[in-house]
Design a protein around this ligand. Structure first.
Ligand SMILES: NC(=O)C1=CN([C@@H]2O[C@H](COP(=O)(O)OP(=O)(O)OC[C@H]3O[C@@H](n4cnc5c(N)ncnc54)[C@H](OP(=O)(O)O)[C@@H]3O)[C@@H](O)[C@H]2O)C=CC1
Ligand SMILES: O=C(CO)COP(=O)(O)O
Length: 320
């Protein structure tokens, strides 16, 4: 089988680098100039600088070349996934599409698996998620991820195909739990970054992580996820990583809010839209999600960090 990665951002490039250890990989960019630069420099200078692209990676802006592969990894931001699929929908029919994005679509409230099913109904769908920074993967550091696929046989085939020397994949059939773990931890990372930026300390971060995880579990249960999925790599594992490392863009965005400093608006920060989507859905369903709602309002400038903390601390006392 052959693999193509659609989307040449930090994560798509890192996955292509790791997969090149298994054999030829095609890395597709929608931007012809960027593809040309990457081919010439053998480096993704804009999104993953200073890491060489192995010879087994073919960089192209020609979608037909990328679509020759049977397995396509979709490494685009969540809010761009539907339009990326719509751009090429007829040619994607019958392909195996592996979503690599983390989020909830703001317009529909759906996760990546459902968005793919709606956009390309006859595709075979899976999800790759879990704790991993692009930089770590690209440097060949050990990483463990979750490969989620409702079809057990396809899941096993993808687990074998996409595991590399440094990337160890665990398998689940619970796509809902896996995608929600990856989506919701970004919301909590923004909150933790804001708390640390505002000087509230590590104890406050631990409280936000723990109570945030309770919200993640509540939301995932409402959507039909298995409880044990959230306890795994794509839930707890990714929550711990993202809430505690400045390599995370969501965490750094939160830090900038806490420090009252500007942040690069071009940077992919999935948790902003997902916080809004998550808290809107929770409000409709009558779910108590105070941290998510606070992060949504904070991220959209409705609150200062001080007001956000006061809101959370002044809530009625309750059982854990
Ligand atoms: N970076 C990381 O460490 C990790 C990221 N992820 C997830 O991977 C996903 C992508 O993130 P990441 O790669 O870091 O983001 P980046 O911002 O680095 O890159 C996003 C890429 O998507 C491309 N893109 C955007 N819209 C489209 C479209 N409609 N069609 C085709 N390509 C498009 C962009 O192209 P252009 O440059 O032309 O805009 C760019 O190459 C996110 O959901 C993220 O949560 C998961 C694990 C780790
Ligand atoms: O998902 C990630 C780590 O698992 C990457 O996090 P950021 O998108 O916050 O950089």
């Amino acid at each position: 089988m052959s693999v193509s990665v659609l989307g040449s951002g930090a994560f798509g490039t890192a996955l292509a680098i790791s997969l090149a250890g298994n054999g030829p990989v095609t890395l597709w960019s929608r931007n012809g100039d960027q593809a040309k630069q990457m081919r010439a420099a053998r480096e993704n200078a804009t999104r993953l600088p200073s890491i060489a692209l192995p010879a087994d990676i073919t960089v192209t802006a020609d979608i037909a070349e990328a679509l020759r592969a049977a397995t396509l990894l979709l490494a685009v931001p969540m809010q761009k996934l539907r339009s990326a699929l719509q751009d090429h929908a007829p040619a994607l029919r019958g392909k195996t599409l592996v979503a690599c994005c983390k989020g909830i679509e703001l317009t529909s409230g759906l996760g990546p698996v459902a968005v793919i099913k709606e956009s390309v109904p006859d595709a075979r769908v899976a999800l790759l998620t879990g704790p991993s920074f692009a930089d770590d993967i690209a440097h060949g550091l050990p990483t463990a991820l979750t490969l989620a696929c409702e079809d057990t046989e396809l899941g096993k085939a993808l687990q074998t195909e996409l595991t590399t020397a440094n990337l160890r994949l665990y398998r689940t059939t619970d796509t809902i739990g896996a995608e929600l773990g990856g989506a919701l931890k970004n919301v909590m990372a923004i909150g933790c970054g804001a708390a640390i930026g505002a000087g509230l300390g590590d104890s406050a971060r631990a409280a936000l992580m723990t109570r945030g995880f309770a919200e993640m579990q509540r939301f995932a249960a409402m959507r039909g996820a298995r409880a044990d999925t959230l306890m795994g790599l794509s839930g707890l594992g990714d929550l711990v990583l993202t809430c505690s490392s400045e390599l995370s863009r969501n965490y750094r965005f939160g830090l900038s809010l806490g420090l009252n400093q500007p942040f690069d608006s071009q940077m992919t920060v999935e948790g902003v839209a997902t916080a809004r989507a998550m808290s809107d859905i929770a409000a409709k369903e009558g779910l108590d999600m105070p941290i998510s709602a606070t992060v949504a309002d904070l991220s959209h400038g409705a609150y200062s960090v001080t007001e956000a903390i006061q809101n959370l601390l002044n809530r009625p006392l309750k059982e854990e």
